[in-house]
Design a protein around this ligand. Sequence first.
Ligand code: ATP
Ligand code: MG
Length: 569
Amino acid sequence: MLSSATMDTHTAPTSEKSDFIRDIVAADLRDGRVGGVMTRFPPEPNGYLHIGHAKSICLNFGIASEYSGRCNLRFDDTNPVKEEQEYLDAIKADVHWLGFDWGEHLYYASDYFEQLYDWAVYLIGQGKAYVDDLSADEIREHRGTLTEPGVESPWRNRSAEENLDLFARMRTGEFSDGSRVLRAKIDMASGNINFRDPVIYRILHVAHPRTGDAWCIYPSYDFAHGQSDAIEGITHSICTLEFQDHRPLYDWFIDNLPVPSTPHQYEFARLNLTHTVLSKRVLLRLVNDGYVHGWDDPRMPTLSGIRRRGFPAEGIRDFADMIGVARADSVVEVGMLEHAVRDVLNRTASRRFAVLNPLKVVIENFPEGQVEEMDVMNNPEDPSSGTRKVPFSRELWIEREDFMEDAPKKFFRLAPGREVRLRSAYFVTCTEVVKDGSGEIVELRCTYDPATRGGSAPDERRPKGTLHWLSAAHAVPAEIRLYDHLFASPFPGSDGRDLFDDLNPDSESVLSECFVEPALENPVVGVTVQFERLGYFCADPDSASGAPVFNRTLTLKDTWAKVQAQATS
Ligand code: ATP
Ligand code: MG
């Protein structure tokens, strides 16, 4: 390696991160193959962005910022049949939420329709494109297979004049959908099927979300993508591996058209996650067939879903750094994403008290009508976050699971005759269990030790258990929605199973008789807090219409960290 002393003093910007794409970018800058770095994130506006797209966004925007370059947001909106304004809006909001900004540089492939049309005319003039009258089925039949060459269309050798005339009439709307297409004239015997005279324009009498009725012919994605990059001066056109076989075709267009710049494409492995499906087609079906409540259902792997669930953008960006960028396909444990999210939330989330499954506790020796304000730490991980007051009184709620009548020795919670600490309040001892006619426990009678205010005793005695609690008179009723993996199987649809048979029937459970502390009476929607001992929870937009609603972001249990610790010990 060169020492810095021997390097040019005008060294190109470098990144602290390293992967094969950043290595290429750094080398291109160092060797002067590019003057600056231009990337783009190019979604098709035919669905919402998911966590896989986040990997691509972090990569494209990340590289641009690390190397003092620029990243465009470009909508590859060439298929008006599947595109909607709703998706355009959601995609922009999601990229911003993730923490990236395209500034002025928002583009649309549809902005280039006129230029792309001119280039198609240019190819026809060069004898490199022709209008084909075969039907879609016939074109497919003529295409051949991986082992057999394709068959040339009988319309392949039309004159340029005839092609120009027909293509112009395709544009003016004279022909019906599917009756003709424009194809590049390349090589029907090529080993790469993408070279077998690919369709570059098709007739579609469909209005486009942005161009309206201006067009009734639309470029194929393959014809639009590389040329859009060239128009924007993209230096490093980064995409996923499935486009590897398309690269020679993109290069052919660039070589055969008078484009203003020469983009180079690099492919990386897409993100796959256990218990998760990252296919827009499947996500659309989950929404349309009612398996979930919408694109932003907290169980969805969409950015709007995980945002509603309470995952912070920082956790997603950290996750993208953890997984890195490689060329080999792999499946990442969803636990790793959850680990990255917990790491951020542990540092940043305020602690609050909530009781999901309440059991009444009456402190018999605590004066009736008396209220004490207890000082409780907001976040022990962040002392600067201070304390808050939580009211304590004679009647409390505790978690039903925190009491057991015939408790084994190792049950370090409340049981008859045992003492526990109520966090930041007092030590209490259970003296009596009250049951209803059917034998169900409806109330506990306890006594408290006034000398333990704040949660510690002068004689240093330490109960084994510390419980969270709420003053019954002050507790705020809340709805709490618990979430688990949408797909029960780590590899949905594997071994020939139907993907939808792998859906987890228990992925959502709604608890409607919960309580939260008074500080959460009007929670800020989208802010995630830690309910002590229970997990991370995020206030849902539905809170606006009545009692607060919280989504469980994650439990506190970090299985991935445990597995990692075992692997490295
Ligand atoms: P489809 O093309 O089936 O509609 P798509 O997931 O490819 O779906 P695009 O909108 O084309 O959706 O994706 C935009 C960008 O995000 C592309 O560059 C694509 O390669 C990248 N991308 C999509 N899915 C993933 C993934 N799982 N991991 C990493 N990058 C992805
Ligand atoms: Mg795509």
